[in-house]
Design a protein around this ligand. Structure first.
Ligand SMILES: [Zn+2]
Length: 623
């Protein structure tokens, strides 16, 4: 069907773009990317698109799987030139859909040739830097266009890349032929091409995470320098454990081979993006070589790997769209991301990447958010509504994040699934657990990887098949209610408590983010230079008139430091007549604010409830 604005009133204007049809596209897209211009960070694309005479609409992918949002980086797309039979064709951008380009294909032409560039951000203010002197991250949605009118799965594509001399790469794509530094990949459906990015680099290592397996799993690593590629045998073993723990959980997998893509870089931007047969993981250079610095972020690979089951193979029906230019609906992200957040943390512990006490510290940090750290949850929003945030906020920074909330379906979802585990155990005398749900819901059809969509009712049905209960209401109360969401902590034999000592996890988070976190005491987080990065809505600092963006210049008459601020909180706790006195800079004004807070430092921890069995230990234990 051609959806046209013609004949409609101007108030109902609709873009003049053919809707996707479930019919085969005649011919094959031939996409060539020259990725050698690492000095200027430019990807140069030449694409041949079979076409017939008449109107043709070319699309640049807009709605990106894994982003769950219309974030296709069209602001980095430049230099479009379309030709047929050697003649330049004028193009026009659709006035109502800026990702759609119209051309008229002349008589006698059997294809059009398209040239454009994808410009990597030159610094992070422009977006994710995806090309550096040592490595690149090629995502096919950024370096290809496709014809409107077809399901992405019904379009065949042959892709090739010219890499910088001597670079090696990792990808789920299968190689057809090589010609020097140019690699030609086997023909693949366009939707799978977009789902198969490439990490390439000067310093590269590929390690086997499942030696001898029929279905190989590899870890492909690129790094800023060769020295970061040193992996100790025990580190390798922990990553190999991860694969086996996943197989024990699900009893099936949904790929014919799997490639983790991992960048160790301070230059290329970090990433965490799931695909069916691979995942993009970007971390700091010392991931292996500074292992002793702590486990923060070691749930990334478990999280992205888990998405091959939860998110890629099984996907919310309203998120399962036929092309990259059809709007997505994100209502089931509390399963897609929420349960993946849950398993990412559990699997990090089961594989040994994270120690049980580290996992508990992280869980306490998350639980505190859904106890006292999200005033917005109590006051106006719920977890279900936050599933709209990929579209609302697109991960832009927020002025009052704890009040506005954003993407809370991740960690709020994690808390809900911990709660479900507790309920399953309680109802079944500890015979049924969330492991049973995972296997039943994600572990069917071993080896198949067509998307298997589901609805809310399917989730409820699977839970009921495992253990009959009013699961629909149980889930809705938690998804649509206003918290707190810490029932799962209590059900697993632990209590959330607040003490005056930060956990190692909180110390690591403070170190990583360069701030002092006093969320549960003074109600602020303050950067090293005194810049206030977060103020808890309705917390003590908020009530004293403090907002994010102000700068703490002095504390109780002394120059600001994180320690001075903590000392002031401790002093105000001992002497109730003493406020915490802050000299603040707000734009060009200085003012002194007294925060009337006297309960001392407070940091979340989990404390064992000896009256209950320790189900959390059972959950985190290797299978
Ligand atoms: Zn995720």
């Amino acid at each position: 069907m051609l959806v046209s604005a013609l004949g409609l009133s101007s108030f109902a204007a609709i873009a003049d773009v053919p809707a996707p049809q479930d019919v085969p596209f005649e011919g094959t897209l031939k996409i060539h990317v020259d990725a050698t211009d690492i000095a200027r960070r430019v990807f140069r694309v030449h694409e041949v698109i079979p076409a017939q005479a008449g109107a043709l609409t070319l699309l640049y992918p807009q709605w990106l799987p894994g982003n769950h949002s219309p974030t296709g980086p069209i602001d980095k797309f430049a230099g479009l030139k379309v030709t047929a039979n050697g003649k330049t064709l004028p193009w026009t951008r659709d006035p109502l859909n800026v990702y759609a380009f119209h051309v008229d294909v002349p008589q006698g032409a059997s294809n059009v040739e398209v040239e454009f560039q994808f410009l990597s951000p030159q610094d992070t203010r422009q977006g994710r830097v995806v090309m550096t002197p040592e490595m690149l991250n090629l995502q096919w949605n950024t370096v290809s266009m496709y014809p409107a009118g077809y399901y992405a799965s019904r379009i065949k594509a042959e892709a090739s890349v010219k890499f910088p001399a001597g670079w090696q790469f990792g990808s789920a794509l299968e190689v057809a032929t090589r010609d020097g530094d140019t690699v030609h990949f086997k023909s693949i459906n366009y939707d799978d091409l977009v789902d198969s990015p490439i990490y390439a680099g000067q310093y590269f290592k590929r390690v086997d995470l499942d030696p001898g397996a029929k279905t190989p799993v590899f870890l492909n690593i690129v790094a800023d320098e060769a020295k970061y590629l040193e992996i100790k045998p025990e580190q390798l073993k922990l990553h190999q454990n991860l694969v086996q723990q996943m197989y024990k959980l699900y009893g099936a997998h949904h790929y014919d081979h799997y490639d983790f893509l991992l960048s160790l870089s301070d230059k290329m931007s970090g990433n965490g993006l799931e695909h069916h047969r691979s995942s993009e993981n970007g971390v700091s250079p010392g991931y292996f070589t500074e292992w002793e610095k702590g486990a923060l972020g070691r749930d990334l690979l478990p999280h992205e790997f888990n998405h091959s089951w939860d998110g890629k193979y099984r996907r919310g029906a309203d998120l399962t769209t036929p092309s990259f230019n059809v709007p997505m609906q994100d209502s089931l992200l509390w399963v897609y991301e929420g349960q993946t957040q849950f398993w990412g943390n559990v699997m990090a512990a089961r594989s040994g990447l994270v120690k049980p006490e580290e996992a508990r510290d992280m869980l306490a940090f998350v639980a505190a958010s859904y106890d006292k750290g999200r005033p917005g949850l109590q006051q106006w929003r719920n977890i279900q509504d936050t599933t709209n945030d990929p579209i609302i906020a697109m991960r832009r920074p927020l002025p009052y994040g704890n009040y506005q909330m954003s993407e809370d379906y991740y960690s709020g979802g994690q808390m809900i699934w911990l709660d479900v585990d507790g309920k399953l155990r309680q109802l079944s005398s500890n015979k049924r657990t969330i492991d049973d749900f995972a296997k039943a819901f994600f572990g069917m059809e071993n080896g198949k990887w067509d998307v298997n969509p589901y609805t809310f009712d399917d989730v409820v049905k699977t839970l009921n098949d495992i253990q009959p209960y009013d699961w629909a209401n149980y889930l809705r109360e938690r998804l649509d209610g206003h918290g707190p969401l810490i029932g799962g902590i209590e059900a697993s034999g632990w209590k959330l408590v607040y003490t005056d000592k930060p956990s190692d996890a909180i110390k690591a988070i403070e170190m990583r983010r360069g701030f002092t976190s006093l969320t549960y005491s003074l109600g602020v987080a303050v950067g090293k230079g005194g810049d206030i990065s977060d103020v808890l809505w309705d917390g003590p600092a908020f009530k004293a008139g403090i907002s994010p963006g102000m700068k703490v210049v002095a504390v109780n008459g002394k120059e600001f430091s994180g320690d001075a601020l903590k000392d002031a909180v401790i002093a105000a706790g001992k002497d109730k007549s003493k406020p915490v006195e802050l000299l603040l800079k707000n734009f060009d004004e200085y003012k002194t604010v007294r925060v009337d807070y006297h309960d001392g430092l407070k940091y979340p921890h989990l404390e064992r409830d000896s009256g209950k069995p320790d189900h959390l230990a059972e959950l985190l234990k290797a299978r």
